[in-house]
Design a protein around this ligand. Structure first.
Ligand code: AMP
Ligand code: GLY
Length: 444
């Protein structure tokens, strides 16, 4: 399938300067899509990576340096800032920018608590009758009660640190001993500091996971194509949890009926509830779902796009991402209709051997020139650097190789992604070989 890439010839009058915050595959996908927008003149990315540098000017300010980013944006007259990761959002970057009249896409600090505090998110869901796992919340001073709760409960049971813990704060416990040990680590050893000084202990939900992204200006909203991530390191969802080893969209487990339920039972009450609470939610809301027998329940909310889901979902949008994000930022999203290509997308993450534990960096990446947008392939860089004109690895998740194909041919899109992945090599390159397989099961 032919990809629309940098269609910059037909640019007209309004030309905006944008700043994208973050440095992973998600941010590369955001920059790639914004680059196609006729209204965008210049893109900065802070801090970015070597792949992003091909499309944007890198700025060496860390993603969590809220004041530094604000000063840069103000000085360089940035028209719109787009925040990739959760940390600056939870720290209040949107409030800081808006205080001085700067346009920014993302939720305020109080709205971002939907991701920043699992205890807040669970209490909020309970109050507004949003379907999720049953739970109890315990603070450090209630550790005896928490232990008692664990002793009385059946297993598996899920123990979660309240605050941000870089994706490591959730443990699915199979036994009482395991759950008591985890509680000891959170409360006794303080492994997550303040983030773990309150815990949520919740019922384990059976089912299949999927994620739906909601774009909203706080009142009007639209749903993007549903995606499915692959969180474990090994095929068939075995082994350790990672940041995500691959994603595809649309995910057929989210049927039209499921999507309707998600919209009516989750999205609308969340946006309504957040307005009621004085925490109007703007930006992208990531709804992490568990689906069993066609019934969706919330596993988690994130206050940003998923990574690697964004690398599969953003290419499916048929429209001007700058216009869409600007409308969300200023409250005019009701005047825009987000359209989608009749396509499917599959992103395979290529990681460094050893990830999510120790791994080596600095390996030369070969074969990048062998994949071409004309063949429906885009390689999003997650952690690369440039050394002597070569791209080298600089992190655990290195690349997200994305294929875009026909919507009714997920299998063809998967094959096309794998044929591209096989042409790209570096010492210790590792990827899962079953990305999208669950989707095919729903179709056959
Ligand atoms: P979270 O950060 O809350 O999304 O949790 C990380 C992962 O843990 C999820 O993607 C699920 O795979 C798993 N998980 C979290 N909560 C539950 C639950 N209540 N039941 C089943 N699995 C869960
Ligand atoms: N891929 C899961 C996440 O972004 O949280």
């Amino acid at each position: 399938m032919k990809l629309k890439t940098t269609n910059i010839e037909n640019r007209t009058a309004a030309r905006a300067t944008v700043l994208v915050i973050g440095s992973g595959g998600r941010e590369h996908a955001l920059v790639w899509k914004l680059k196609q927008s006729p209204s965008v003149k210049e893109i900065y990315c802070a801090p970015g990576n070597a792949g992003i540098a091909e499309l944007a000017t890198l700025v060496s300010i860390k993603a969590d340096d809220v004041e530094g980013l604000f000063q840069f944006a103000a000085k360089n007259r940035i028209d719109l800032t787009i925040v990739g990761p959760e940390v600056p959002l939870v720290k209040g970057i949107v409030d800081r920018f808006e205080k001085d009249g700067m346009k920014i896409f993302g939720p305020s600090k109080r709205a971002a608590e939907l991701e920043g505090s699992k205890a807040f998110a669970k209490q909020f869901m309970k109050k507004y009758h949003i379907p999720t796992a049953d739970f109890e919340i315990f603070t450090k001073s209630q550790s005896a009660e928490a232990e008692e709760f664990i002793r009385r409960h059946s297993f598996p049971l899920v123990v979660k640190a309240d605050g941000l813990a870089a994706g490591k704060g959730v443990v699915v416990c199979q036994t009482q001993t395991e759950a008591l040990n985890i509680l000891g680590e959170f409360f006794g050893k303080n492994i997550f500091g303040d983030a773990g000084s309150t815990v949520v202990i919740e019922e384990f939900m059976q089912g299949e996971e999927a994620s739906v992204f909601v774009l909203t200006d706080g009142t009007d909203y639209q749903l993007l194509q549903p995606a499915q991530d692959h969180k474990q390191i090994l095929d068939d969802d075995r082994g350790k949890n990672t940041g995500g080893m691959g994603a595809y969209a649309p995910a057929p487990v989210v049927t039209k009926t499921v999507m309707k339920r998600v919209e009516e039972e989750i999205v609308r009450p969340v946006l309504h509830g957040m307005r009621e609470e004085g925490r109007t939610y703007k930006g992208c809301l990531y709804v992490g779902l568990m689906i069993a027998s066609g019934i969706p329940r919330v596993v988690e909310f994130n206050c940003r796009f998923g990574d690697p889901e964004a690398q599969a979902v953003l290419p499916l949008i048929d429209g001007d991402l700058f216009e869409i994000f600007s409308a969300c930022a200023v409250g005019s999203f009701g005047s825009i209709k987000v359209k989608h290509h009749d396509a499917s997308a599959v992103c395979i993450v290529v990681a460094s051997r050893g990830y999510p534990d120790e791994y080596e960096k600095g390996k030369i990446i070969h074969g990048l020139e062998s994949v071409r947008a004309e063949d429906g392939i885009v390689v999003f860089h997650a952690a690369t650097k440039k050394e002597n004109k070569s791209f080298v690895t600089s992190g655990g998740r290195v690349l997200g190789v994305t294929a875009i194909g026909y919507r009714n041919d997920l299998e063809g899109t998967i094959n096309s992604a794998y044929s591209a992945v096989k042409r790209i090599t570096f010492d210790g390159a590792y990827y899962r070989s079953d990305i999208g397989k669950k989707g095919l099961r729903h179709l056959h």
